[in-house]
Design a protein around this ligand. Structure first.
Ligand code: LLP
Length: 453
């Protein structure tokens, strides 16, 4: 992360447009303006207003099929929490992926999209009775059980149904992975799953096996998000397969499935170097094969649940610049605050996780020298930052358009109406450059519709 004045670390616009940070369909026209699949972003801005999330459909579909092909013989479930809408759920189905949902709302969206419930895994650390009942009624493929209370409730809800619901037990494997490092401390001190080290995962397994309405098919583990190396997965797979071996020894049962969750990182800024689906698939397969062989276990079927890596790089956010405020700060630091027409309501990740983003001028070329800027939103707090440090041309001015890369994951899905701002639309741009609204912009009337006065 960069917070000081000095020579620009990313001097050329080409570097800012590096593939991997932006979707494959983004290009710069001869006049310097950006286009998505040949359609100028400025035209999309005029058609749909700003801020808007612009989704490169061919790019996201290519990512889905890359995951499916890399994991042939295994299962890929898209983690809908990263971003979900009806079209997205249909693309997931068409590209042959399953769907991971973690609330009744996500489940209902999938149903409305016509998604096959048998290809849905239901997550959640606090599923309500209504959510569990609905999942059972729909006969979802898997429920990942997360607490003893849930096992008891599932026992009651399935009693006498004559049907057996397939479940996985979510194991807390003692690895906390985030960004580049994983830290093996404090991992037990969080809300998800059953601890392996304390023995509660084994107790949960015994409890599930005692419920006639449940069929235990495997163990689930999700270790974190935005992970760049496989060592954390290695520890996770090792502990999950260890658990499988103990279950075999105690219960005489070789569980057929291992779900290692999601978490593969993506490039947000130049220098981020994520693995491809093929690389992670090769790695995970060999880890699981080695661990299974080591325990003389039959090879379990592998499942992964990528969210960010499927949708993140396929989307950019287009903003219009409002005010531009150059500040002379202590120590000779000059920073220009560039305010855009959205902010933490459409991308809370910078404020919440200190996330880094790449941005660039989208409507024109500029020969002006790069200047250190901070792209901020229009909300009433100083933490409302979209891009903490960006080198933008010194002549950036009101009315310019800014594109922020890799906003597909956890931006629209975590958007809010803070300060009574309507949430932005999601616009899909097809391979031929044609475009359509997937999710329309909210209106102030939408926001007032729930206010009964
Ligand atoms: N599976 C499970 C059980 C999960 O909890 C998650 C993410 C995923 C899969 C997908 O992980 P991904 O491949 O997208 O990293 N809001 C945060 C990320 C929270 C992730 C929550 N669980 C962010 O904006 O970085």
């Amino acid at each position: 992360m960069l917070h000081e004045a000095g020579a620009p670390p990313v001097p050329s616009d080409l570097a800012a447009l590096a593939p991997g940070v932006w979707s494959a369909g983004l290009s710069r026209d001869a006049d310097g303006s950006l286009a998505l699949r040949g359609t100028p972003l400025a035209a999309l801005g005029r058609a749909y207003g700003t801020p808007a999330l612009l989704l490169d459909e061919a790019d996201v579909r290519a990512r889905m099929s890359a995951w499916r092909e890399a994991f042939a013989g295994a299962d890929v479930y898209y983690a809908g929490k990263a971003f979900l809408c009806l079209a997205m759920a249909r693309w997931v189905a068409e590209e042959g992926l399953g769907l991971d949902v973690c609330t009744g709302g996500e489940l209902e969206l999938a149903v409305r999209a016509g998604f096959d419930p048998a290809r849905i895994t239901m997550h959640g650390n606090n599923k309500s009775d209504a959510e569990l009942a609905r999942a059972l009624e729909l006969e979802v493929g898997r429920i990942v059980v997360d607490s003893s209370d849930e096992i008891e409730r599932l026992a009651m809800l399935t009693a006498g149904s004559g049907r057996r619901q397939r479940v996985l037990v979510r194991a807390t494997v003692g690895v906390e992975a985030h960004t580049h490092e994983f830290v093996a401390t404090a991992h037990e001190d969080q809300k998800f799953g059953f601890s392996v080290s304390s023995g509660s995962a084994e107790q949960a397994v015994a409890a599930v096996l005692a419920v006639p309405g449940l069929e235990l098919v495997g163990i689930h583990s999700h270790i974190g998000s935005q992970i760049f190396d496989t060592s954390a997965f290695e520890v996770s797979a090792h502990r999950v397969l260890d658990l499988l071996a103990r279950i075999r020894d105690v219960h005489g049962l070789a569980l057929p499935e291992v779900d290692l969750g999601g978490g593969l990182g993506i490039a947000y800024v130049a220098g981020d170097d994520p693995m491809t689906p093929a690389q992670i698939a090769t790695r995970l397969r060999s880890i699981v094969e080695r661990e299974a062989a080591g325990h003389s276990l039959p090879l379990p079927r592998l499942t992964v649940e990528p969210g960010r890596a499927v949708i993140g790089p396929a989307v950019l956010t287009l903003y219009e610049v409002g005010t531009v405020k150059p500040l002379d700060l202590d120590g000779g630091l000059r920073r220009t605050y560039v305010s855009v027409d959205g902010g933490m309501s459409d991308n809370v990740r910078t404020a919440l996780y200190d996330a880094d983003y790449t941005c660039t001028l989208a409507n024109r070329a500029s020969d002006a020298a790069p200047t250190l800027t901070r792209v901020v939103g229009k909300h009433c707090e100083s933490g409302d930052i979209v891009v903490r440090d960006a080198w933008l041309p010194a002549d950036v001015r009101p009315g310019d358009l800014l594109a922020v890369a890799a906003t597909g994951a956890y931006c629209r899905s975590m958007a809010s109406n803070y300060n009574f701002l309507p949430r932005p639309p999601v616009v899909s741009v097809a391979a031929d450059g044609s475009h359509r609204l997937l999710v329309r912009r909210e209106t102030t009337d939408d926001l007032l519709a729930t206010d009964l006065g």
